[in-house]
Design a protein around this ligand. Structure first.
Ligand SMILES: [Zn+2]
Ligand SMILES: [Zn+2]
Length: 281
């Protein structure tokens, strides 16, 4: 995100590599989240070309537009899923706060799935990896056997996968398929967006797949024989939540698991206020 500290850290790290910010010619943004797109405008104004996966770029314009329509829709929808009103209000304020740490970007070059980008002489292929966001993309440098994994595969934490009113139909289904799709890439080094580089891509992918199997089972267990709203299920799955952001991520992630199970016939969605869920017989 564009904070004073983050900008200073960027300049220092580039300086350590003997690169001035004006020397950066091209920047690839993996997805629209504020911690990834937040300083793209700063780099652009210093002379870089900013490149993004086309459909992710369209969603970014909607997400960060100043009319807040997406925000209103999101919170009306969270409320339908049982979110208490005071938590909802807290999250809204926090989200508006974050929006202020995202640069406006004038021009972004749109790139397609499979396109090869020249990044300082490296040839990196853009690969669409939906789930964490609908059109998240990673870069695969096949000659060097390196994967720039963005937030798709992280070494220590699992990526947040959430269902929102504007999401693709089944984000968790997308995410698990996209994990299986990167598992077999000819890669010996992964450079993630959070945490340290690591080498064993298939091993890490298998851990994440197993984690979601566990969480899907826990989601069914949390329903038991009852009809519960998603917020109640969420508080069973995530008993400790420390901020409005964590509540938002936790509820969206619970909904992604419920939707995945619903599309596989394992749970039922019962319309009403709030919407309730039950395990299938
Ligand atoms: Zn992200
Ligand atoms: Zn991130």
């Amino acid at each position: 995100m564009h904070t004073k500290e983050a900008e200073a850290a960027l300049r220092t790290a580039l300086g350590d590599a003997h690169v001035a910010i004006e020397d950066v010619r091209r920047v690839f943004v993996t997805h629209l989240h504020p911690d990834h797109i937040g300083m793209a405008g700063t780099l652009e104004r210093a002379g870089a070309e900013v490149v993004m996966h086309g459909p992710e770029l369209e969603n970014a314009s909607r997400m960060w537009s100043r009319d807040h329509r997406m925000l209103d829709e999101t919170y009306a929808w969270f409320e339908r899923h049982g979110m208490p009103k005071d938590v909802d209000e807290g999250m809204r304020t926090a989200w508006l706060e974050i929006g202020r740490a995202v640069d406006e970007v004038e021009r972004v070059t749109s790139a397609g799935d499979g396109e090869v980008l020249d990044l300082g002489g490296r040839h990196a292929r853009l690969k669409w990896t939906p789930g964490h966001t609908d059109y998240h993309a990673v870069l695969v440098d096949e000659p060097e056997r390196v994967l720039f994994s963005g937030d798709h595969v992280l070494p220590r934490i699992t990526s947040n996968v959430g269902l929102y009113p504007y999401s693709r139909d089944n984000p968790l289904g997308d995410f698990l398929d996209a994990l299986r799709a990167v598992r077999t890439l000819p890669v010996t080094r992964v450079l993630p967006a959070h945490g340290d580089p690591f080498d064993d891509l298939p091993g890490r992918v298998d851990q994440i797949l197993a984690h979601h199997e566990d969480r899907l089972r826990a989601t069914i267990d949390a329903l038991g024989d009852a009809e519960r709203d998603a917020y109640a299920v969420c508080r069973t799955l995530f008993p400790v939540l420390r901020s409005a952001h964590e509540e938002r991520f936790a509820l969206a992630e619970t909904l992604a698991h419920l939707r995945y199970l619903e599309r596989r016939g394992k749970v039922r969605e019962i319309d009403g206020v709030p919407v309730r869920w039950s395990a299938s017989e």
